[in-house]
Design a protein around this ligand. Structure first.
Ligand SMILES: *[C@@H]1O[C@H](CO)[C@@H](O)[C@H](O)[C@H]1NC(C)=O
Ligand SMILES: *[C@@H]1O[C@H](CO)[C@@H](O)[C@H](O)[C@H]1NC(C)=O
Ligand SMILES: *[C@@H]1O[C@H](CO)[C@@H](O)[C@H](O)[C@H]1NC(C)=O
Length: 422
């Protein structure tokens, strides 16, 4: 059996953005799925309060979302004042390239980021907007104006969308770098080809979207997940440069414009969160963190410290599928064709003694699966492998060569950490 020792390859060749940010997958919240274009400063500040609210517990300890690592609160589109500025009729920049804020809904960006910082949070901005996108291609002044505003307003990160003509992410990177402030940069170009995907020695952003917008439907979640796979074994997803299949739809009934979305049931939510964790995706919540009904229903999932630990680990490989069924199933959203079941893994040690495994069942009925240790790339396996259930947060027992008879409900995922005997 061929074992993959990608660790050594990674150490030798892959480099990422050198701003020291996103060395583990960034965690936080962003506004689009909840508010869409109906966003304002008060709503964002209320979300900030929700991120540090210790009204729930983990293992009996009062814990906030930020205590768990979800500490960034990001704006999305529609903070700008759409209009017609200067001779060339720019849509939201002045003649000098300064972005114009809609101060009716965002009266004071700086006080908003100050509030984030006073709560121990970071604040994320949003650029190259889709709503009233700026279409002039030859104007470096927009990049300069955007970066000046980013720093003046006190933001710590920025999501750079793909709708306007400020498409030069390397230029953004250079200008941001020259300010001397490390800024977490999201490349939101929906999985486009170069120059919007990294190479092994080039990555001027900290994480990159691999797909279109995710929706609150199992088929959409599976479709977006699959777009990350080509960045796994190639190691193009790595510290400081993570592949990102979009925000989490957990706790969202639907996204903006997505009233028809089916939403995710409990099983589908587990598959969504577990798969984003095991492929080292940034974890961006997008539900109403102040809604007790929603928070009660998702808390045990998004606050599971062992799932988050898998997400944040780095042992030379970002995680991805190692076995997929040859049978397929057509899922409702987009008629996306997914393997009926898949096994994903992520190394949890450098020496092959520990690995996380996620078994996903995309069929419409419960199935039983075997995890053969020899199938898992790089894993020592053998006799006496200790198996821990991540969802249940308990030890399952010790197994020789195979963990057999794992029942997985329809659209559900079972999540384990396996540890080989000494
Ligand atoms: C700017 O870039 C250099 C070279 O990549 C890097 O060493 C430095 O940390 C960067 N500074 C910031 C603030 O990102
Ligand atoms: C909280 O979420 C539930 C479930 O989505 C919804 O029915 C309810 O209206 C929400 N409450 C508020 C105050 O938004
Ligand atoms: C399932 O889908 C894959 C990928 O599109 C394809 O290669 C494979 O032939 C399909 N399997 C069957 C049984 O149709």
């Amino acid at each position: 059996m061929f074992k993959v020792f990608s660790t050594l390859i990674w150490v030798a060749v892959a480099t990422a953005k050198e701003n020291g940010m996103a060395l583990t997958p960034p965690m936080g919240w962003r506004s689009w799925n909840l508010y869409g274009e109906n966003v304002n400063q008060e709503l964002i500040e209320t979300i900030m309060d929700g991120m540090v609210n210790r009204g729930r517990t983990v293992d009996g300890t009062a814990t906030s979302l930020c205590d768990l690592g979800y500490c960034d609160v990001g704006l999305d589109d529609n903070w700008q004042k759409c209009g017609s500025y200067g001779e060339k009729k720019y849509t939201f920049h002045t003649d000098d390239g300064i972005p114009v804020v809609n101060t009716e809904i965002f009266p004071d960006m700086k006080s908003m980021t100050d509030k984030a910082h006073s709560l121990g949070l970071t604040a994320g901005w949003y650029g190259n907007n889709c709503i009233c996108a700026e279409k002039f291609t030859d104007e470096d002044k927009f990049y300069e104006g955007d970066v000046k505003a980013l720093i003046d307003f006190g933001f710590d990160g920025v999501k750079l969308d793909g709708c306007g003509s400020q498409l030069n992410l390397e230029l953004y990177d250079e200008l941001i770098n020259a300010t001397g402030k490390a800024i977490t940069m999201e490349n939101c170009h929906w999985g486009s080809a170069p120059p919007f995907e990294p190479t092994l020695d080039w990555c001027p952003w900290n994480f990159f979207r691999t797909s279109g917008d995710v929706r609150a439907a199992y088929g959409s979640v599976m479709e977006n997940l699959a777009t990350t796979y080509k960045y796994a074994d190639t190691l193009l997803s790595r510290p400081g440069c993570w592949a990102y299949p979009d925000m989490l739809e957990i706790g969202c009934d639907h996204g903006p414009g997505g009233d028809s979305d089916s939403g995710l049931n409990e099983q589908e939510s587990r598959s969504h969160f577990g798969s984003w964790c095991i492929i080292s995706s940034p974890l961006t919540l997008s539900m109403d963190v102040n809604n007790a009904t929603i928070m009660d229903s998702v808390w045990d999932l998004i606050a599971n410290p062992e799932a988050i630990e898998v997400n944040q680990a780095w042992f030379g490989h970002p995680g991805g599928p190692y076995l997929s069924s040859s049978e397929n199933v057509t899922l409702e959203y987009d008629n996306f064709v997914a393997p009926s079941h898949q096994y994903l893994y992520k190394p949890m040690s450098w020496d092959g003694s520990k690995v996380a495994v996620l078994i996903m069942n995309s069929e419409n009925d419960e199935k039983s699966f075997d995890v053969k240790f020899d199938d898992i790339p790089g894993f020592k396996g053998g006799k006496g492998v200790k198996v821990r259930c991540v969802w249940g947060r308990k030890d399952v027992g010790q197994f020789d060569d195979v963990l057999d008879g794992v029942d997985v409900e329809a659209h559900d995922a079972r999540f384990f950490v396996l540890e080989a005997a000494e």
